[in-house]
Write a protein that binds this ligand. Sequence first.
Ligand code: AMP
Length: 470
Amino acid sequence: MSFADLGLSEELLRAVGDTGYTDPTPIQASAIPSVLMMRDIIGVAQTGTGKTASFVLPMIDILAHGRARALMPRSLILEPTRELAAQVAENFEIYGKYHKLSMALLIGGVQMGDQVKALEKGVDVLIATPGRLMDLFGRGKILLNGCSMLVIDEADRMLDMGFIPDIEEICTKLPKQRQTLLFSATMPPPIKKLADKFLSNPKTIEVARPATTNINIAQWVVPVKAQAFEKRQILRQLLREEAVSTAIIFCNRKTTVRELNKSLKQHGFAAGEIHGDMEQPARIAELDRFKKGEINILVASDVAARGLDIKGVSHVFNFDAPWHPDDYVHRIGRTGRGGATGIAYTLVAPDDAENIDNIEKLTGQKIERRQVTVAEEPKPERARRAKPDPEPEAAPSGERAPRRSRERPADREPERPAERGSERPAERGRDRDRSRDTGEYRRRRDPVDDGPDDGWNGPVPAFLSVSLGG
Ligand code: AMP
């Protein structure tokens, strides 16, 4: 099947042709004709499947006719994080270049004034994180009753972040007669309930079994006896042995991200870091360095890296096995994208054993073990200088198992719900404190991902109210 068979306009086919994509991905092939027929859709699909284009493309054609009115966006796309919202905006720019649609991005960290101005002009497409949208709605700066198309993207992430009550409220503000598309990598009961309540006779499209891993990714578990020190040695050895062109290394805690990045740099690797404690401009700058190839290793936390579409990552390393098994699927999904093959290694110390068991239960796959013996390492450049190598020292405090560790809660990432979907907004703060020592937090809104204005000067403001094409 080709894109031309899907019922898209000539202009869109031209824009798709410009990207070099020849064949629609399975979710695009199934979803696009149904969206064009105005069906509601439940898309069970992970990032990396081409799901963004599966709603962006038909939306552009549907919205091509009609005019935007002040304060009344014609369509709304809800995203859990600013980064994902910005990525969707980029997709609208790419595919909408031969159309005259206007778009606005409503996300935390961008001056509210600019966003209000964009809305006042009238927009065809509004891409928003729930927190900022509710905020502006509450101030009467936005009317949702002209919004005939709604996309709820990454619904399971929204659930993790405690956004479901906001989404329910937003849904009630939209006209009943509308088209609703919901995308989620998994369909836990609260998401099914949301879909039952707010979608009308939806067509369900499942492109991969929930929580399955991509077959293009070769996966290995590397058993490690001790904690941080041996993990770092083995990691360096793998980085040297493997033909690593670009790698993302995931850690469970922000402290580990910082310390590992520092250690890798000291050993001569071109590494950088992103984690939830960094301000948005710093995160974007670090990502840009990675995308430009100034660094080829990015040490990341789950929250900071969620959903990011970084192309051509050859390797993913899990320095820690994630506490929650679906994060494993999300993490290793950074490699093996768009048909490319990828390699994922997970270092498993005794403290990670339970996590890897849960991952194997969720994915229904036994991951092959690979024993790595540590060989003698080349002396790092720095070792010849006066400063001693920090490696042989005791493991830093933040690198113990979550359930036994005593590190400050702020150093932990991710903040996950103990039981998905059971949280009520009023409970969020209490739950977080109550479970402080279990390592199992309920995830609240991540203030970094959707917080108040914090002077973000990254690239996103350029997308505000841009005219697409013409
Ligand atoms: P998504 O699942 O939307 O995050 O997309 C994952 C990646 O697939 C992005 O880099 C897209 O640009 C890319 N992509 C989208 N559609 C296609 C296609 N038809 N063929 C190849 N790659 C695609």
